[in-house]
Design a protein around this ligand. Structure first.
Ligand code: VAH
Length: 311
């Protein structure tokens, strides 16, 4: 069996349904602190799990003896800054609880997401490499950088097969985003359809690495399916789909909604977070090790978003 902790989140929702298509509903246990808000009659097995309650988590490992564990539960960049100690506690101790139990129950593979948030003001901004200066200045970024170090430590010390991807901003239409700095790129599509306008909390020229969720889910599963000997990175793989600014995204949206108007809010604290992150990412190592290749560019993503949101 496979357990997905944080199954209700933006990534978890789609990862659970994709894994269930591959392994069967009964083999994928969705775990979260609350039930999914979509209709749960046709959902597969669900367990209430708070990743900080190690005894409850241990019962889940004992009950299912999972072959794979995906730990997606976390506070993201913007919400993390509102609640720094909870963000550190959840993001860090949640990971350590899972790593310890995975070791105890000999889980074959563990997946834990990192983020481009591990890079900071002094990291190279363009085509940020796999290895470079990393001085994250959000609690979320600090916890993801420390988490990468723990993953590599457990791999080297205990040969635990933990794998990770530094996700860029992820855009999707199925589940709501989780309070990140890149969420503007999701809200803009909903607002464009509702009122042909959007007020962006990031400035016009704020370029960020982004990826369509279809690519992120496929990339995650391709990484997890790759033979262990192909994996040369045990901290976390750089991965990206594209980079764009709010202005560039608005131009693409106007190809579908010609009267769309993009305006900008007063200064928002998420601007400082976005300005500390790279403009683009070099994901050459993932391309070399496990043949990573994105399939959605900005035009194709925009078409797919509108096709699905307009239904
Ligand atoms: C966030 N969506 O904004 C997440 C992600 C790189 C961005 O980590 O916090």
């Amino acid at each position: 069996t496979i357990i997905v902790i944080g199954s209700n989140g933006q990534i978890g929702t789609e990862l659970v349904s994709e894994l269930r298509k591959i392994y069967g509903d009964g083999q994928v246990i969705a775990c979260d602190i609350r039930r999914p808000d979509y209709d749960i009659k046709n959902a597969g097995p669900f367990e209430f799990v708070n990743v900080l309650e190690k005894d409850i988590l241990k019962n889940i490992f004992q009950k299912y003896k999972p072959t794979q564990v995906y730990l997606l539960a976390a506070l993201l960049s913007a919400t993390g800054e509102q609640n720094p100690k909870l963000a550190w506690d959840l993001n860090m101790n949640g990971l350590l609880n899972v790593l310890d139990l995975a070791l105890e129950y000999k889980t074959q593979r563990i997946y834990w997401p990192s983020s481009i948030a591990v890079f900071g003001p002094n990291s190279p901004k363009d085509y940020t490499p796999q290895y470079c200066v990393m001085d994250p200045n959000t609690v979320y970024g600090i916890s993801k950088l420390a988490g990468e170090r723990w993953c590599e430590y457990y791999y080297q010390k205990y040969a635990i097969d933990v794998r990770s991807i530094r996700y860029p901003g992820l855009i999707s239409w199925k589940a709501a985003p989780g309070g990140g700095t890149t969420d503007y790129a999701i809200h803009i599509f909903h607002e464009a359809l509702k009122k042909e306008s959007y007020r962006s909390f990031l400035s016009a020229e704020t370029e960020l690495p982004m990826m369509y969720m279809d690519d992120a889910i496929r990339g995650t599963i391709e990484l997890m399916d790759a033979p262990a000997e192909k994996i040369s990175i045990r901290s976390s793989y750089n991965l990206t789909g594209m980079s764009f600014t709010p202005e560039i995204l608005a131009e693409e949206i106007k190809k579908h909604i010609p009267d769309f108007k993009l305006t900008y809010t007063e200064y928002d604290q998420r601007q400082a977070i976005a300005s500390s992150w790279p403009r683009s990412i070099d994901d050459g190592q993932a391309r070399m090790d496990w043949a990573w290749k994105p399939e959605f560019d900005l035009a194709k993503m925009t078409v797919d978003m509108f096709n699905n949101l307009k239904r």
